[in-house]
Design a binder for this molecule. Structure first.
Ligand code: IMO
Ligand code: MG
Length: 433
C-alpha cells in the first residue's frame, strides 16, 4: 500500500483526472495540483452535484486539504471565484497556495491571444488564459510570484518593470491597447489581500507531510502528450504535464513520489490544434462526442475525437513510469460497432517501433488498427448497477476490449469508469492506495 498516489493523463488531457482524484480523495488527507493553471477543467459528479474546477484541486468537494504547489500558474481572480463558489455550497476551504507559484496578469492573457494569431499554422489553439506567456516570464526570470502578489511593496516595482515591457510588446500587435498600470496594481493588491491567509512555502510543508506518512493524491493537469518537453511540441501546453513535472512542481524528491497511475479514455480526444492520427470525421465521431459530452470545460469548444491511440500512450507509459492504468468513459462507446484501437503507426510502408514524437513525422504516419466488437447501449442507472456488481458484470465484449488494452500496454489496470458519477467506478486493486 502506497501513501502517495499520482494521477497523470496519458493523452491530450480531459481523460477524467478530476473524477479519479475525487474518488481517491475519499481515502486521502491531501490533494495537490503541481502544474498548469486555469487551462485545466476538472469535473466531478458526486451526490447529485457537479463541480467544475480550473485551479482548485479536486479534493475540494470532500473538503480535503488542497494544495496548489509551485509548479502552477495562478490567475488570482479565477481562484477567488472558485473559493467563493465552494463557500456558497457550504464547503469548508482548506487551501494552501505556494508563495513561489507564478501569477497571471491581464497582459499575459492578451499576449496569449496575439501570439497565437501570429503563429498561424503553428498555433496550438490555446485556451487563451495566459498560461504560455506566464510560464515564459517565469523562465525569463522576470515573472511575479505569489509572494510578490501578497506583498504589494514588492509587487509594485516588479509590476512596473514587466508592464512596461509587455505594453510595448502588445502595442506591436495592437497599437490601440491600453490598460493603465494603476488599475492592474489596485486590482491585484486586493486579490493579494484576499489570498494572503492561504499562502505558504508548500515545498517545505509537503516534505513534512510526506515524511509524516499522510495520504496524498497528486493531480496532474493536461496530459502527457501536451507536455512541454516530451509532448506533441509545439501543439501542447507550457508545463511538464506528466510525472516528470511533479518533483519540480512540488519540491518533493523523485524517490518519495510513490505510485503513479496513468489515466486514458476508452477513445481519444483533443482540443486545440495539431495532428491527431486516429481522428474521426464521421457519424461515429458525432456519436462519441455526444455520448462522451466532449465539449471543453474551460472554453466550451467541441473536442475532436477518434479511436483509442495506444501507440502514443505507450510513450507516456514509458516516460511517466506508470504503475497501473485507469480507463475512463467506457460507457461513452456504447452502441458503436465495430470499435478500433490503434496499436502502431506505419511510415512509408513500415510499421514503427516507437512513437516518433516530431509532429512533422507524425503528419506522414498512418495508424495501424485492431478491430473489436462493441457493446449495447444502457441507461445511466443500468451502468451504475453494473458498477455496483463489479468487473464480472461488464459486457463480455467490453472485457475483451479492456484485456486488449492491458495486453498492448503491458500494464495492469487499477480501475475502470462507466459513468461520470463517483459511484460509476470499478476498482480492481483496493490495496494499491
Ligand atoms: P485538463 O487538465 C485538454 C490544450 C489547449 C491547446 C494547448 C495549449 O482539463 O486535461 P494552453 O492554454 O495550455 O497554452 O493551451 O493545450 N490544453 C488542454 N487540452 N485538457 C486540458 O486540461 C488542457 N489544457 C490545455 O487546447 O491545444
Ligand atoms: Mg478537462
Amino acid at each position: 500500500m502506497s501513501n502517495n498516489i499520482t494521477i497523470i493523463g496519458l493523452s491530450w488531457g480531459d481523460e477524467g483526472k478530476g473524477k479519479f482524484v475525487d474518488y481517491l480523495a475519499q481515502k486521502a488527507d491531501i490533494v495537490v495540483r503541481f502544474n498548469g493553471g486555469n487551462n485545466a477543467g476538472h469535473t466531478i459528479k458526486a451526490n447529485g452535484i457537479k463541480y467544475k474546477f480550473k485551479l482548485m484541486p479536486s479534493g475540494a468537494p470532500l473538503e480535503r486539504e488542497c494544495i496548489i504547489a509551485n509548479g502552477c500558474v495562478i490567475d488570482p481572480k479565477v481562484l477567488l471565484e472558485e473559493i467563493e463558489n465552494l463557500k456558497k455550497l457550504g464547503k469548508k476551504i482548506n487551501l494552501k497556495l505556494s508563495s513561489t507559484a507564478h501569477v497571471i496578469f491581464p497582459f499575459h492573457r492578451i499576449l496569449d491571444g496575439l501570439e497565437e494569431e501570429f503563429k498561424g499554422k503553428y498555433s496550438a489553439g490555446t485556451t487563451k488564459r495566459g498560461i504560455g506567456p506566464t510560464y515564459s516570464d517565469k523562465a525569463a526570470r522576470w515573472g511575479l510570484r505569489v509572494f510578490d502578489l501578497v506583498n504589494p511593496e514588492l509587487m509594485k516595482p516588479k509590476l512596473e518593470m514587466l508592464y512596461n515591457i509587455k505594453k510595448s510588446l502588445i502595442k506591436i500587435y495592437d497599437p490601440t491597447w491600453d490598460i493603465d498600470i494603476e488599475s492592474i496594481f489596485e486590482e491585484y493588491k486586493s486579490y493579494g489581500e484576499q489570498l494572503k491567509p492561504y499562502v505558504i512555502d508548500t515545498a517545505n510543508y509537503l516534505n513534512q507531510v510526506v515524511d509524516d506518512k499522510k495520504k496524498i493524491v497528486f493531480e496532474a493537469a493536461q496530459g502527457s502528450l501536451l507536455g512541454i518537453d516530451h509532448g506533441f511540441y509545439p501543439f501542447g501546453t507550457s508545463s511538464n504535464s506528466n510525472a516528470l513535472g511533479l518533483s519540480a512542481g512540488t519540491g518533493i524528491p523523485p524517490k518519495k513520489i510513490g505510485k503513479i497511475l496513468g489515466i486514458i479514455k476508452a477513445y481519444t480526444s483533443r482540443v486545440g490544434e495539431g495532428r491527431f492520427p486516429t481522428e474521426l470525421f464521421n457519424k461515429t465521431s458525432e456519436i462519441i462526442r455526444e455520448q462522451g459530452h466532449e465539449y471543453g470545460t474551460v472554453t466550451g469548444r467541441p473536442r475532436r475525437v477518434g479511436w483509442l491511440d495506444l501507440f502514443n500512450i505507450k510513450y507516456g507509459i514509458m516516460i511517466n513510469g506508470i504503475d497501473k492504468i485507469v480507463i475512463s468513459l467506457l460507457d461513452a462507446l456504447e452502441g458503436i460497432n465495430p470499435l478500433k484501437i490503434c496499436t502502431s503507426y506505419e511510415l512509408e510502408g513500415k510499421s514503427l517501433d516507437s512513437w516518433p514524437i516530431h509532429h512533422e513525422i507524425i503528419e506522414n504516419c498512418k495508424p495501424i488498427y485492431k478491430t473489436f466488437e462493441g457493446w449495447e447501449k444502457r441507461t445511466t442507472a443500468e451502468w451504475l448497477t453494473i458498477a455496483e456488481k463489479g468487473y464480472d458484470a461488464l459486457p463480455t465484449t467490453m472485457k475483451i476490449y479492456i484485456q486488449a488494452i492491458k495486453d498492448e500496454l503491458k500494464t495492469e489496470i487499477f480501475a475502470l469508469s462507466i459513468g461520470a458519477d463517483r459511484s460509476a467506478t470499478i476498482v480492481l486493486d483496493e490495496q494499491l492506495f
